[in-house]
Design a protein around this ligand. Structure first.
Ligand code: S3P
Length: 441
């Protein structure tokens, strides 16, 4: 079966309203928290992508039942540490770093050893960032070189920890918060800022968690061994998925799009701040607050002129999954764009910083890299002819999406492999593009 697509034409002008895939971070967290709540939680608009389906399969393996009826997932929890774990359990996080890191936090009290595995990409990613704090709590962990497979066995003698989270990783922060739920006493995290969906959800569940600002950091205090009740949650759209349609519209001619019901949590808004600094003029409409999360419709219009940016590195964490597509805008902008300290990009589903630079060179853009800092020499007249093929990107969904948007806005004849990658986060991605008029074979 062929697993590639061909794009031979730019997209024609469009003027449409769309919805994008539901938020992946929130979908995964809502399932994991429902698995720890008392009673039956109801989650609607859950993202039905591979990362999220693997989360559902994982809680099932751990003894939590769920069913789907109409558009709602019903998940029956038995409280914190209410998993029913049997001997020789193996769980598979597939491609999902978020699932793998977060679930470990919920297993720190398990009676039996559990083996965690993942796909080829996840098996290359470093787990020392969570193994370290988990061991401080008292969990027993076996892993070779801090890579998957990992074996974890919990302990009845968990102790609360004080931890400096200085990567700015929401996965690490959330793993520690989840471990703290099982641990007596108060766990304190001095955390560099990162997406805060876990904290907001626990607050919404009235769990005793406290957040204090301390300079650029936050002190998060979690009081362990409290229970919370089942809940209802309606998952909003994912700004990371929206980002590809934002840039498609910006770089196309005479087009306009409204993307409805997108999560615009400040800790995720880096892309909007950055693109607006470049002159994108993205507008937020119908802003509202839902269970602590901010939601809005985004309105984007094509832009003939975009400027380069000197991107402040304090925006890095809030746009960490979006730099790939931001770089494409920088490639078309007037002037030299500068980005700093983006080493975390190389710790994602693929080595995204390395691949992004290769990609920019492939489309004829001059790039300078010094360590993890990148300068991109924009060319507003960039227009591609000739053939391009994308392969060997570890099936990274976001590299696939980037390639499609480049093909549809810059021209050239493109063969893009690993179409199945879209199932990780946005299974309807190609359908949405076709709805806007894209010709894709
Ligand atoms: C995520 C956090 C980010 C992000 C990932 C999803 C999350 O990773 O890149 O796609 O849901 O917590 P890090 O926490 O490792 O930066």
């Amino acid at each position: 079966m062929t697993n590639h697509i061909l794009i031979k034409n730019k997209i024609k002008n469009f003027n449409k309203k769309i919805k994008v895939a539901s938020d992946k971070s929130i979908s995964i967290r809502s399932i994991l928290l429902a698995s720890q709540a008392i009673g039956i939680s109801k989650i609607s608009n859950l993202l039905e992508s591979e990362d999220v389906l693997n989360t559902l399969r994982t809680i099932k393996r751990l003894g939590i039942n769920y069913k789907k009826s109409r558009n709602i997932y019903y998940i029956e929890g038995y409280g914190v540490n209410g998993f029913n774990i049997t001997r020789n359990t193996q769980i598979n996080a597939g491609n999902s770093g978020t699932l793998a890191r977060l679930i470990l936090g919920l297993l720190v009290k398990s009676k039996f050893k559990i083996k965690l595995i993942g796909d080829k990409s996840l098996s290359k990613r470093d787990f020392s960032r969570v193994i370290r704090p988990l061991r401080l709590f008292g969990a027993n962990i076996k892993s070779k070189n801090n890579l998957l497979p990992i074996e974890i066995k919990g302990t009845q003698f968990l102790r609360p920890i004080k931890y400096n989270e200085n990567i700015g990783s929401a996965q690490v922060k959330s793993c520690i918060i989840f471990s703290a739920l099982n641990t007596p006493g108060i766990t304190k995290i001095n955390s560099k800022r990162s997406r805060n969906h876990t904290e907001l959800m626990l607050k919404f569940l009235k769990y005793p968690i406290k957040i204090q600002n301390k300079g650029k950091n936050q002190i998060i205090s979690v009081q362990g061994l409290n229970q919370f009740n089942a809940f209802n949650y309606n998952v909003p759209g994912d700004i990371s998925s929206a980002s590809f349609f934002i840039v498609l519209t910006l770089l196309s001619k005479k087009s306009q799009i409204i993307i409805e019901n997108v999560n615009v949590n400040k800790s995720r808004m880096g892309i909007i701040t950055i693109l607006n600094k470049m002159g994108a003029g993205i507008k937020l409409r119908n802003k509202k607050v839902y269970n602590g999360e901010e939601i809005a419709d985004l309105r984007i219009k094509s832009k003939k002129k975009l400027n380069s940016i000197i991107c402040p590195s304090n925006l890095n964490s809030s746009a960490i999954d979006e730099f790939l597509i931001i770089f494409l805008v920088a490639a078309k902008a007037k002037g030299i764009s500068k980005f700093k300290e983006l080493g975390e990009m190389n710790k994602k589903e693929s080595k995204r910083l390395d691949l992004a630079i290769k990609f920019l060179k492939l489309i004829g853009i001059k790039v300078n890299r010094y360590k993890n800092n990148v300068n991109i020499y924009g060319n507003p007249n960039l227009n591609l002819t000739g053939n391009f093929e994308m392969k060997n990107f570890l099936k990274d969904h976001r590299i696939f999406f980037l390639s499609c948007i480049a093909a549809l806005t810059l021209g050239g004849k493109w063969k893009i492999n690993n179409k199945d990658a879209i199932n990780t986060s946005f299974p309807k991605f190609l359908k949405k593009l076709k709805y806007l008029g894209a010709k894709i074979n």
